[in-house]
Design a protein around this ligand. Structure first.
Ligand code: NAG
Ligand code: NAG
Ligand code: NAG
Ligand code: NAG
Ligand code: NAG
Ligand code: NAG
Ligand code: NAG
Ligand code: NAG
Ligand code: NAG
Ligand code: NAG
Ligand code: NAG
Ligand code: NAG
Length: 501
């Protein structure tokens, strides 16, 4: 008998005022909870009541109104203790490395590549235990009741989460000229003609097993006497493969990106795939069990850009924790153009850093490419996206070309979470678009900064919006809601509770 409560780090159980981040999840099977009486005197408590209505365990997965399924996952010794794994068992299992596809910028010293990832060991967990652990992530569903392929997917993800990170490890990376690129579809990316070399990272892995360092590449001669081109000699993205020494699990591609041009920074959940993060029961099934599925014809939009916009750099930036990065990469590379990646490093896993991580990663890519222009893609269900994307127009004037936000509530009535459009107040309409379906993105001239399709009606209040029945906040933040609306909201919450119980 093993005890899941071992997995509950007490440091994560910080009480937090709503609507800020709530504590990390209690890792016990989720079950829609008991109905508690709610005071619907403000939007905060409305949202609070929708969330708490989903069950006490789900409520703890909520940061700023929207569930974060993967917040507060167990790490390292918590995993080891909870599964009763002995050090000697673990020592016998091979060391694995997650090597996240990298970007590099052009500097006076040469190409400067950001190598980042995680070193870990994967304990041998029996199927029974894995099933118990997988059930933690599902609401009202037992893994045994899922179709076989979904069981396999749920076990796969669960075993990726329950890994033991390795601290104080030196990481050596071998760069090689053997990438398979298709320049005609991968935005003209080409193989670097040189640059093969072996570099040991300057630091050992952190306590959480993470590594993250910029490495300057030596201009070595390639197989046919070729060389990497400098960032001042080409507009094209050059690629090199990276192999982490001592394992065959740390293969990834590095993208050498010239100083000028367009970079698309794209979130993944609910924009490149169907997640329904705002509908926890569905969101958990979509994240843990079902195969990743594209959202409508979004792949066609990216494929078209990849064919028609030369030298565009694709960067997939999601705050999903790095433990599940492989599944995201696997899906993206089968479905969308090749590109570099950022996911949430483990040192950002505690609740207090959850909302800061996206801005941290965005700042880093903007600062690494101060002359490139960015196209930012996301959806209204991420409160950090809603805040950070417009903020970047102010922090890095002239660098944001377009902001595209999928309005998740327009196509999905299950989305009951409000979103804040105040950041868009001073932005010219041509710089952004709230869109409903992927086809709204066709026929835009993103290269020349024409980012708005005038047939797509915009309805921004420049405040918190998206609440049902016209409930909204005025500019001062006071709540404008009549007794009638409150009554309606109570009815709605009760309806939701009935559906979820
Ligand atoms: C590119 O930059 C390198 C290093 O800064 C410099 O040596 C070289 O002359 C430049 N090449 C061109 C074509 O400007
Ligand atoms: C994992 O453990 C099972 C028994 O629980 C054993 O049969 C299997 O060989 C082990 N696998 C590895 C890779 O050690
Ligand atoms: C990592 O490499 C550095 C420099 O080569 C060395 O001083 C250090 O002892 C190494 N650490 C481990 C754990 O091997
Ligand atoms: C590497 O050296 C070659 C030959 O001197 C030069 O043509 C090329 O621009 C250099 N590339 C970089 C990245 O410095
Ligand atoms: C890393 O692997 C490369 C390629 O296999 C090899 O040339 C190099 O000697 C290795 N370096 C270390 C430190 O293991
Ligand atoms: C990583 O690359 C090595 C060398 O090409 C290859 O043997 C290995 O199968 C690759 N690993 C994976 C997981 O694809
Ligand atoms: C899980 O699936 C991914 C993507 O298919 C794969 O790369 C990974 O090796 C699998 N992990 C495990 C533990 O089976
Ligand atoms: C996480 O690590 C990065 C460096 O890899 C560091 O810059 C950042 O401040 C750390 N974040 C936290 C919350 O510790
Ligand atoms: C390259 O990236 C590093 C790391 O973000 C940054 O400090 C540096 O200023 C960048 N160099 C140039 C020339 O943009
Ligand atoms: C999003 O869609 C909903 C439902 O169609 C609509 O009420 C709302 O105004 C839209 N939001 C924006 C910002 O256009
Ligand atoms: C494809 O992209 C080009 C360039 O951005 C654009 O002009 C064209 O309208 C797009 N076509 C479709 C079907 O999206
Ligand atoms: C526009 O937004 C307001 C405030 O959220 C809402 O009351 C109204 O129904 C929306 N209009 C449309 C056409 O969606």
């Amino acid at each position: 008998m093993f005890h899941l409560f071992w997995l509950l780090p007490s440091v994560l159980a910080v009480p937090a005022p709503h609507p800020m981040i709530t504590p990390a999840p209690a890792l016990t099977p989720r079950d829609p909870g008991v109905v508690a009486e709610r005071q619907l005197d403000s939007i905060g408590s409305y949202v609070g009541s929708v969330i708490s209505g989903l069950g006490s365990d789900v409520s703890s997965f909520v940061a700023s109104g929207v569930p974060q399924f993967f917040a507060g996952l167990p790490t390292g010794t918590q995993v080891e203790k909870s599964l009763g794994i002995s050090d000697s068992d673990l020592a016998a299992t091979p060391t694995q490395v997650l090597n996240v596809p990298a970007y590099g910028n052009w500097t006076n010293a040469g190409w400067n590549v950001r190598v980042h990832g995680n070193v870990f060991k994967q304990p041998n967990i029996s199927t029974e235990k894995l099933d118990d652990l997988a059930n933690i992530f599902l609401i009202d569903v037992d893994i045994k009741d899922l179709p076989a392929d979904q069981q396999a997917q749920a076990r796969n993800l669960t075993s990726e989460i329950f890994v033991v990170q390795q601290r104080n490890v030196n990481v050596t990376v071998t760069f090689a000229n053997d990438v398979t690129v298709k320049p005609e579809t991968d935005s003209g990316a080409i193989n670097a003609a040189g640059g093969a070399q072996v570099i040991q990272l300057p630091y050992e892995t952190t306590d959480e097993g993470d590594f993250d360092a910029f490495l300057v590449l030596f201009n070595s001669t390639g197989p046919d006497g070729g060389h990497m081109m400098g960032g001042n000699e080409t507009d094209r993205i050059q690629t090199l493969n990276m192999y982490i020494n001592g394992t065959d699990t740390g293969n990834a591609t590095a993208y050498l990106v010239p100083p000028t041009g367009l970079t698309i920074v794209s979130d993944i959940d609910d924009i490149l795939r169907v997640t329904k993060i705002y509908d926890p029961k569905e969101g958990l099934l979509n994240s843990f069990a079902r195969p990743f599925t594209p959202w409508l014809n979004m792949p066609d939009i990216y494929a078209n850009w990849s064919k028609t916009v030369p030298n565009m750099h694709y960067h997939y930036l999601t705050t999903t924790p790095e433990q599940v990065t492989r599944n995201y990469m696997d899906y993206i590379y089968k479905t969308y153009p090749l590109g570099s990646f950022d996911t949430r490093p483990l040192n950002f896993s505690d609740a207090s850093a959850t909302l800061a991580i996206r801005k941290f990663l965005l700042d880093r890519i903007f600062q690494t490419f101060p002359q490139r222009k960015f196209i930012l893609v996301g959806d209204t269900s991420n409160s950090d996206v809603m805040k950070d994307y417009p903020q970047l127009t102010k922090d890095y004037p002239g660098q944001v070309q377009c902001i595209f936000l999928r309005n998740t509530s327009s196509t999905d009535s299950a989305d009951k979470f409000p979103y804040d459009t105040s950041g868009f107040k001073d932005l010219p309409q041509n710089q952004y678009m709230f869109f409903n379906v992927p086809d709204d993105l066709t026929s835009l001239d993103i290269v020349n900064g024409q980012c708005y399709n005038s047939s797509v009606k915009q309805n921004l209040t420049f405040s918190e919006q998206g609440l049902p029945f016209g409930l909204s906040k005025n500019a001062a933040g006071a709540v404008r809601a009549s007794i009638l609306w409150e009554t309606a909201a109570v009815a709605l919450v009760l309806m939701i509770l009935i559906v979820f119980t």
